[in-house]
Design a binder for this molecule. Structure first.
Ligand SMILES: Nc1ncnc2c1ncn2[C@@H]1O[C@H](COP(=O)(O)OP(=O)(O)OP(=O)(O)O)[C@@H](O)[C@H]1O
Ligand code: SF4
Ligand SMILES: [Mg+2]
Length: 328
């Protein structure tokens, strides 16, 4: 495998609330190779967003603890100051969030907002940045870009605003794009267009992408590797083919059984019983234990480690040996 572009090791993030602490990320480990698309899936509250916001320096100020390393091209992002991180964010790492209206300034023209990043990061002069803004709007599929760059965000549809966000995120040609639920608020056809656009951009620029989504369909159609998160931990991680054919973690299997497949009326849908745990205590046992149909005593006493089971496939479960897979 290529040297990773981003390598996150032992990431822990905790928040202080008025009366308690939230243990949001509990020892995340993952890496992204150049040109690779990594999907992070998991239920709401599993720590998908916090795990990336932690190394982007975008968390709110009630952080109690943030530890571990997040090496981007060898530089640990968790050790950088605000200014240094701002330099990297927007230039080397582009970010697209779910709701463009919270990220776009409603009273500024979209063209000015796209240009701003290029000028701030000394990527281009004002004149070059203007031409590039028009080119980028065309590249992300905005019709008549030479007219539309003067528009305000409210003059664009939701899908077009999402495209503007992508144009902003890729303006300085980042090596890594982080897209946090970039298509969740959009209808299915626009969602497919945006994913196709990201796919094209990735091929054209050999850009790596981290795609955060709770949509299994999006992850399995778009990503090279998939990480399943639960309670701020990686439960399973595997390259796509291995993930589709050989997933073994009880939570992944539960997720797969509970999703609707288009055109498969015969599939029996089995929802996962119970709810995700409230993370107000340090984890000292498997967080999935109260919902797992194959749990044993050990699962209530020890936290499972993420172990390599071959083919770049990792699983955190005490019972992997019993389902016929052996840690390597
Ligand atoms: N600033 C904060 N203060 C306290 N708790 C927080 C804070 N930010 C996030 N959390 C908690 O951390 C946990 C992980 O949140 P996160 O936003 O990463 O979930 P997610 O997997 O991205 O969910 P979703 O799919 O809904 O976006 C949740 O329990 C959330 O309530
Ligand atoms: S460690 Fe135990 S409780 Fe957790 S997923 Fe595996 S079998 Fe289930
Ligand atoms: Mg989120």
């Amino acid at each position: 495998m290529d040297e990773p572009l981003l390598e996150v090791r032992d990431l822990f993030t905790q928040f202080q609330r008025v009366d308690d602490v939230v243990y949001a990320v509990n020892g995340m480990n993952f890496s992204v190779a150049p040109g690779e698309v990594l999907g992070i899936v998991g239920e709401s509250g599993s720590g998908k967003s916090v795990s990336v916001l932690s190394f982007l320096g975008l968390l709110r100020d009630n952080v109690k603890l943030k530890s571990g390393t997040a090496k981007f091209r060898g530089t640990d992002l968790l050790r950088l100051g605000r200014r240094q991180l701002e330099d990297i964010r927007g230039r080397d790492i582009g970010v697209v969030f779910q709701d463009p209206m919270t990220s776009l300034n409603p009273v500024r023209r979209v063209g000015d907002q796209i240009m701003e990043g290029m000028i701030t990061h000394h990527y281009a002069s004002k004149k070059v940045a203007l031409q590039r803004t028009i080119d980028l709007l065309g590249e992300v599929g905005i019709p008549e870009p030479q007219m539309r760059y003067r528009n305000y965000p409210f003059e664009f549809s939701g899908g077009m605003r999402q495209r503007v966000m992508i144009a902003m995120a890729i303006a300085c040609e980042p090596q890594l794009l982080i897209a946090d639920e970039p298509t969740t608020a959009l209808d299915v056809t626009v969602q497919m267009q945006i994913l196709a656009l990201l796919q094209t951009l990735r091929e054209k620029r050999n850009m790596s992408i981290i795609m955060i989504t709770h949509d299994f369909g999006v992850a399995t159609n778009f990503c090279d590797r998939i990480i399943v998160m639960y309670a701020g931990m990686v439960m399973e991680s595997a390259p796509l083919a291995e993930f589709l054919n050989n997933s073994v973690h009880p939570y992944t299997i539960g997720l797969k059984s509970s999703i609707i497949e288009v055109g498969n009326k015969n599939k029996e849908l089995v929802p996962i019983p119970g709810m995700a745990p409230v993370l107000t205590k340090p984890l000292n046992h498997c967080p999935y234990v109260s919902r797992c149909s194959v749990a044993q005593d050990r699962c209530e006493q020890e936290l499972p480690e993420l172990l390599h089971v071959g083919n770049e496939h990792y699983v955190a479960c005490h019972r992997i040996e019993e389902v016929g897979i052996h840690a390597k």
